[in-house]
Design a protein around this ligand. Structure first.
Ligand SMILES: [Zn+2]
Length: 324
């Protein structure tokens, strides 16, 4: 009732999110197994640094700022240290991979799932998977990418104050057609009176991302999803309070360790070089992988450019302080 009454008095702010349309179709293939050596596949480890561009709130359970959430939510701690959970990071990267490729609609609420068009539903046959399911896993298939919990290396936990947000009739409207995949924009953080525990802006976290048996194109799709495409760069969002502009992150890649067995034969690298890539050498390889993903049409350019526009950073818009 309170939402309804207040909603009539206030003028709604522009929506803090936008949709990337679904691809024309989902392209499914047999996944690459974990158990054997694949000549044109590359395994390795990405090490990087995540920087908070706005405060980050990672709570457990339902993440929303509404009328009936608990007032102070605590950041996830492992052994006393604050971490960005690997599962949250993986979810954020996966949602971008899904949006810019011919992938299914996975990990959505039951309400949304009912409105997903035929053919776009989450992959269910483990020998016939879209690229996002092949890379990040599906029912009965482990996936080729794993991300560890990222421990905080600098920055403090602070209590930030955010507005209570609400949209009229949210959760009640029946969805007929999914308008696409929803992404929250970056912008100026909105302040209000609801306390939320968050990692302060400029906090840093240590990222370790393990890649098992991906093609060079799939590595390119991954780098693009991390925001490293030369023409369509963007920043990701993670955690709660996204509508008020929390959770903007920069993912910097510091070095890539490529497993010895595949290195010299399939990447045309100098055998004498170290298996750890860094600096210009690494940057060149990242761009080679991205170019391969474009050549193979693994990246859908129109979807990528739309996503990059939604997730552009910096963005001087203000996040809503009330009804949207
Ligand atoms: Zn899928």
């Amino acid at each position: 009732m309170r939402q309804y009454q207040r909603g009539r008095e206030e003028q709604a702010a522009p929506k803090p999110f936008a949709f990337v349309p679904l691809p024309e179709r989902v392209n499914r293939n047999r996944p690459t197994g974990h158990d054997k050596y694949h000549s044109n596949h590359i395994s390795g480890q990405i090490r990087g640094t995540i920087q908070a561009l706005s405060p980050i709130h990672i709570g457990s359970g339902i993440i929303d700022i509404g009328d009936d959430v608990e007032l102070i939510k605590t950041a996830v701690k492992t052994g006393g240290n604050i971490v960005l959970p690997g599962s949250s990071l993986k979810g954020a990267v996966r949602s971008v991979v899904e949006a810019i490729s011919g992938s299914c609609v996975s990990k959505v609420s039951s309400q949304v799932r009912r409105a997903v068009p035929k053919g776009f539903a989450e992959c269910r046959q483990k020998d016939n998977l879209c690229v996002a399911c092949r890379m990040f896993g599906a029912m009965g298939f482990q996936g080729n990418i794993s991300i560890q919990d990222a421990p905080k290396t600098t920055g403090d936990i602070k209590t930030e104050h955010v507005p209570e947000l609400y949209a009229p009739g949210r959760g009640q409207r029946r969805m007929r057609d999914v308008p696409g995949r929803k992404f929250y924009k970056h912008g100026e953080v909105a302040t209000g009176s609801t306390p939320v525990e968050a990692c302060q802006e400029d906090s840093t976290f240590s990222l370790v991302l393990q890649v098992d048996n991906l093609t060079q194109s799939e590595w390119g799709l991954l780098f693009t999803a991390l925001g490293h495409h030369p023409q369509h760069s963007f920043k990701l969002k993670i955690g709660g309070a996204k509508p008020v502009c929390f959770g903007s992150i920069d993912i910097q890649i510091d070095e890539i360790q490529v497993q010895e067995q595949t290195r010299s034969r399939y990447l045309n690298w100098d055998v004498a070089q170290d298996a750890v890539k860094a600096g210009d050498d690494m940057a060149t390889w990242i761009q080679m992988c991205i170019a391969a993903a474009e050549t193979d049409s693994l990246i859908q350019q129109d979807l990528l450019s739309q996503l990059a526009e939604i997730l552009k950073y910096p963005n001087d818009r203000n996040c809503p302080t009330g009804l949207y």
